[in-house]
Unconditional design. Structure first.
Length: 463
């Protein structure tokens, strides 16, 4: 009996965790890569007003945000297909390389056009990196450790949302916005070096070569990205701008359709509406968020550091709300959580609109983003849960991919349209009122469609 108890204790002690010797460095390195990707995404929101002023790039302001989201969709589709065929090693190395090139191009950019090109590369690499890391987790970690490593990834996203905007603002004030890009390069390479030893155990052809290249989906993702980029570049051309913008929006929606479950764009009840509401909420939230630091620095002459704190409040509220809804579990219906969340996002955007329109105290917009962040923290985890609950085992991969694409594409398209509005109105009206109004309209649509999420059983995917 004593011997058996001792053996059981020994077995318990030796149970490996994600920070045990076998997984320590890849865990730290993988979480660091996620952290740095998240930091860069959030940091740019804070420093872009300074970048725009320095490079005289007001016209391309929105494109610097929408472009990476659009190219990220291409990266997600390509890396997923590549990993299925050859394993995650080649996509991971390639995605990190593209991301680093994008950082260098943006960091040394002499013009706004060059900086935007660097941002495109960052988006392509970051989108591919996310998918490649998830496949690495599946190949390296045993199934029982998956919840722990994904919790690490979640924390790696939350921490930058709390400190990233403030740190980026401080770096910009103390040195230059260039270092927000260049300073990350060395850290990314160090993080990759931590991952390399574990990748050596994976064959470079650790996949199924019989898996066909998804040229169709890849082509549609490229077309969707080009339509979003075209909307940014040509939507404000005098005379024909509105026509070109309308054509670009139609092309983008047609192109994204094959990447989503059938019925998504028609708000079919159940899973399609879950995906659609997720995309609409992201579009409304991020379409407004990028202009909050811009409004604070441009109109209220707030420093980049303090402007970044406005986003930190929203990120903290997002984190707290996500934790609360997680602890409530089944006591809070997922459909109810999403409905409450979308309403809070709309209220936050409406308060931001009131701040811009009435030129109210800057404290109002900071409070507004705490409300909006709370809404996103409630609804985002529950749309993820609903997506899995409404999926069969055979459709979990496609549906999870569709949810990610909806996130990125919805945000990219909203940013493209708000960018056209901002650029066309900057000299004749209040552009901030216009972009917050559009975000509010998108938020209203999300609120209206949220009740359509409920359904009774998993649904087969229809492509």
């Amino acid at each position: 009996m004593t011997t058996e108890t001792g053996e059981m204790r020994a077995t318990t002690v030796k149970e490996p965790g994600i920070l045990s010797g076998a997984y320590l460095w890849i865990t730290i390195g993988a979480c660091a890569l996620v952290f740095l990707g998240a930091f860069e995404s959030l940091a740019v929101t804070t420093v872009m007003p300074a970048v725009s002023a320095d490079l005289d790039g007001e016209r391309l302001y929105a494109l610097a945000f929408a472009g990476p989201l659009a190219t990220g969709v291409i990266g997600m589709v390509a890396a997923g297909n590549w990993a299925d065929r050859r394993g995650p090693v080649e996509p991971l190395y390639t995605s990190v390389g593209i991301f680093v090139i994008g950082l260098l191009v943006a960091g040394f950019a002499p013009t706004m056009e060059v900086l935007v090109a660097g941002r495109f590369a960052q988006g392509l690499g970051s989108g591919a990196l996310t998918v490649a890391l998830y496949v690495v987790v599946a190949r390296v970690y045993p199934r029982e450790l998956h919840p722990a490593i994904f919790a690490g990834f979640a924390a790696a996203w939350v921490v930058p949302s709390l400190i990233g905007p403030t740190v980026a603002g401080a770096v910009t004030e103390l040195w230059s916005w260039h270092w927000v890009f260049l300073g990350v390069v060395v850290l990314v390479l160090v993080a990759l070096l931590m991952v390399v030893p574990a990748l050596r155990g994976l064959a470079h052809d650790d996949g199924d070569a019989s898996t066909p290249w998804a040229f169709g989906r890849l082509g549609w993702s490229v077309l969707a990205a080009l339509a979003v980029l075209g909307l940014n570049l040509f939507g404000d051309v005098p005379g024909v701008g509105p026509v070109l913008a309308a054509v670009a929006v139609i092309v983008a929606l047609v192109a994204v359709r094959p990447l989503l479950p059938r019925g998504t764009l028609r708000a079919r009840r159940g899973l399609p509406s879950v995906i659609l509401v997720r995309g609409l909420a992201a579009a409304a939230f991020f379409g407004a968020q990028v202009y909050i630091p811009y409004l604070l620095t441009e109109r209220y002459e707030v420093s980049p550091t303090l402007a970044g704190l406005s986003l930190t409040g929203g990120a903290l509220a997002w984190s707290v709300a996500a934790t609360v809804q997680g602890r409530m579990g089944a006591r809070l219906s997922s459909v109810i959580a999403v409905r409450i969340g979308t309403v809070l996002v709309l209220i936050g955007i409406a308060l931001a609109l009131a701040t811009a329109t009435l030129r109210a105290d800057a404290a109002l917009i900071i409070a507004a983003w705490i409300v909006a962040g709370t809404g996103m923290g409630l609804m985002s985890p529950r749309t993820s849960a609903l997506t899995l609950a409404l999926s069969t085992p055979e459709t979990q991969g496609f549906n999870s991919s569709a949810m990610t694409v909806a996130d990125s594409f919805g945000s990219a398209l909203a940013l493209a349209i708000t960018g056209v509005l901002f650029a066309s109105l900057v000299s004749v009206a209040d552009p901030f009122t216009a972009v917050f109004t559009l975000a509010a309209v998108i938020g209203i649509v999300a609120v209206v469609l949220a009740p359509r999420l409920a359904t009774r059983e998993p649904q087969p995917v229809e492509v």
